[in-house]
Ligand binder design. Structure first.
Ligand SMILES: C[S@@+](CC[C@H](N)C(=O)[O-])C[C@H]1O[C@@H](n2cnc3c(N)ncnc32)[C@H](O)[C@@H]1O
Length: 273
């Protein structure tokens, strides 16, 4: 078994820098133990005992680096997480977007769930939009993450019994099939979502998004990396579009052009040129 006593301060510094440079995810003395335990698991899987040897591998092998980054992510999520955001989406954001876009004749809302983990967030968005959008309005969702394992689960659309808590009964009946040990989301909801590997450290190439959800993701980045990610969202978004970030995250004091919007339900951000 790997001996993480070998994981000395210099090793930590090397790994910390690499992870930060590759993903924006920030490890400090406070969460060093998390990195150590994930690394320990990774070494065990690879049958290695030296963190130095593993560092050599991930410095050269892009696929292994991806797998390593995947292993250090925190993927906690759930359906309808922070209901207040979905209330704001239904009661304020969607009517606003419809009002704005009406004049353009473009009746498709483009939505991005950035850091979508195992899919609960984009599926929640897709179910809600299916419920509330009046014809002829349509929507499409791009859901991205740096974790390939999470994306596979998301694409599968199957959730065990203990993962479906929070889904209102009427949604569960309407949008899922009960299968052995859990529930499978309907194909028509799945067809509204394109799941993609994307590292938020890079430009996504997405443009003119009407709505971006990036919740509980930048919390793992330091301020410089947060600012860079948030400013990249700006480039991906349409004028007068909306950005939701996690409820314990904030753009306060950050060098960005987003406007703060306080609604009756939740606070969010808006691109306004
Ligand atoms: C805690 S989950 C949040 C999931 C969902 N947005 C929610 O609020 O329930 C954070 C997700 O961000 C992803 N993530 C972390 N760093 C990332 C990066 N640099 N690029 C893309 N995704 C990243 C992780 O893999 C993880 O799935």
């Amino acid at each position: 078994m790997a001996d993480v006593a070998f994981f000395n301060d210099a090793d930590f510094e090397e790994y910390r820098k690499l992870i930060y440079g590759e993903s924006g995810i920030t490890f400090t003395a406070t969460n060093r133990a998390i990195l150590e335990s994930r690394l320990k698991e990774r070494l065990r899987e690879k049958n290695l005992t030296s963190v130095k040897a593993y560092f050599e591998i991930i410095s050269k092998d892009k696929e292994e680096l991806k797998a390593f980054l995947d292993s250090i992510t925190t993927n906690l999520t759930r359906f309808f997480r922070n209901q207040a955001h979905f209330d704001a989406l239904e009661k304020f954001v969607t009517p606003e977007l419809i009002k704005i876009k009406k004049a353009s004749g473009n009746t498709t809302l483009k939505i991005w769930s950035a850091g979508c983990s195992t899919g609960e967030e984009p599926y929640t968005i897709a179910m809600l939009m299916s419920e509330i959008l009046p014809p002829p309005w349509k929507f499409e969702v791009v859901a991205s993450d740096i974790s390939l394992k999470c994306l596979m689960t998301a694409k599968g659309g199957f959730y065990a019994e203990n993962r479906i808590v929070g889904i209102p009964d009427n949604y569960l009946k309407k949008y899922f099939d009960k299968t052995e040990g859990g529930y499978k989301i309907h194909a028509d909801i799945q067809s509204k979502i394109r799941f993609d590997y994307h590292n938020l450290k890079n430009d996504s190439g997405l443009r003119n998004m009407d709505l971006v959800f990036c919740r509980n993701v930048i919390i793992y980045f330091d301020e410089a990396a947060q600012t860079a990610v948030i400013n990249r969202f700006w480039d991906s978004m349409a004028n007068k579009s909306f950005l939701f970030i996690g409820h314990s995250e904030s753009l306060f004091g950050m060098d960005t052009k987003f406007e703060f919007v306080k609604t009756e339900w939740a606070t969010l951000y808006r691109k306004f040129i």
